[in-house]
Write a protein that binds this ligand. Structure first.
Ligand SMILES: C[C@@](CO)(OP(=O)(O)O)[C@H](O)COP(=O)(O)OP(=O)(O)OC[C@H]1O[C@@H](n2ccc(N)nc2=O)[C@H](O)[C@@H]1O
Ligand SMILES: Nc1ncnc2c1ncn2[C@@H]1O[C@H](COP(=O)(O)OP(=O)(O)O)[C@@H](O)[C@H]1O
Length: 282
């Protein structure tokens, strides 16, 4: 049996530059991993099948699951005759803007590579990951990175200084495709990506909080008042660096001190069913 951890990501910046000919949007975003993770196990099966099991009722237990797709892709590409049984212990909220499914796919690429001794490099796993989804290569790489193109061209960056991340996810689902389709290129309030890269290099926590920005936040928060309410509540509770992650609806706050993070966490609980307080992994 082989085990892999699949951490969630948050977007410190998310900018959309233009619409591409392939229908995707050209993005520029800074992402970092956090200590909120799914856990996966992988076991060889003698029958030539992929099986996936998870107790989470929001996660599909069939070919719609990105971990299932990752295992199938590797098996077919490298003509592996044995099967694999995957167990997914889900902790990352689903359809939340935290790349839970993409991180499960990335963990599966790593896990199956080890299970069958295929010997693929991290770069090769990233390339295969891009066939599954735009966030998968970053999840293979982990840490902190600048992502360009449709999100698959990666450049590693310095990680943020150790801090706490308080996250709150309202009980609504958001479709990434739907949010991207509502982008109006004339109306975007672009974050300063270069400034974010510089403050990361300088380990400047206040600078990181100052330069957080996500062009998708106004779109998702206009559609869902719950996102606006959480942003307001986090700010009112004294939250520093408050931003929506990815296409949402999860909102996070970066906090340097544990007591303050606890205060924000407590003020969100009761108001919102899914609230987490975790460390940044970076
Ligand atoms: C917004 C982001 C930010 O990290 O994350 P999430 O909110 O999903 O976590 C990503 O760009 C999401 O990546 P991912 O969820 O892997 O997207 P994909 O499966 O590749 O694409 C889903 C759909 O989103 C749209 N899409 C995605 C990426 C991109 N650069 N431009 C797009 O227009 C396309 O319509 C595509 O069909
Ligand atoms: N392993 C998985 N974990 C979570 N969701 C998955 C998984 N595989 C496929 N999905 C599907 O992908 C969709 C997006 O899920 P997720 O990756 O959690 O969101 P996001 O892209 O917003 O971070 C969900 O609606 C779910 O049905």
């Amino acid at each position: 049996m082989i085990y892999e951890k699949a951490p969630a990501k948050i977007n410190l910046t998310l900018d959309v530059l233009h619409k591409r000919d392939d229908g995707y949007h050209e993005v520029e975003m800074v992402m970092t991993t956090i200590d909120l993770a799914d856990r996966l196990s992988f076991e060889v099966m003698n029958s030539n099948r992929v099986e996936i099991a998870s107790e989470n009722r929001f996660v599909p237990n069939d070919k719609r699951n990105l971990a299932f797709q990752a295992a199938t892709l590797i098996k077919e590409r490298f003509d592996i005759k044995q099967g694999v049984r995957i167990h997914l212990d889900k902790h990352i909220p689903v359809a939340a803007g935290l790349a839970g499914g993409s991180s499960d796919a990335a963990a599966t690429l790593r896990g199956v590579n080890r299970l069958f001794n295929i010997g693929l490099s991290q770069e090769e796993l990233q390339e295969i990951g891009a066939e599954i989804g735009s966030d998968v290569p970053f999840c293979v790489m982990g840490g902190t990175a600048l992502a360009k193109g449709r999100g698959v061209e990666l450049q590693p960056l310095s990680s943020p200084p150790a801090c706490w991340v308080v996250l709150a996810k309202p009980s609504i689902g958001v479709s990434t495709k739907d949010i991207y389709s509502k982008v109006n290129l004339e109306q975007l309030n672009h974050p300063n990506t270069q400034a974010m890269i510089e403050v990361l290099e300088n380990h400047d926590f206040k600078g990181i909080c100052k330069h957080l920005g996500n062009v998708l936040q106004p779109i998702t928060s206009t559609m869902h008042h719950q996102v606006r309410q959480i942003i307001q509540r986090m700010n009112k509770a004294g939250g520093t660096g408050v931003l929506m992650s990815g296409s949402g609806p999860t909102v996070f706050s970066l906090v340097a001190k544990e007591e303050k993070a606890e205060r924000i966490y407590n003020s969100l609980r009761g108001f919102c069913s899914e609230v987490y307080m975790v460390r940044i992994l970076g």
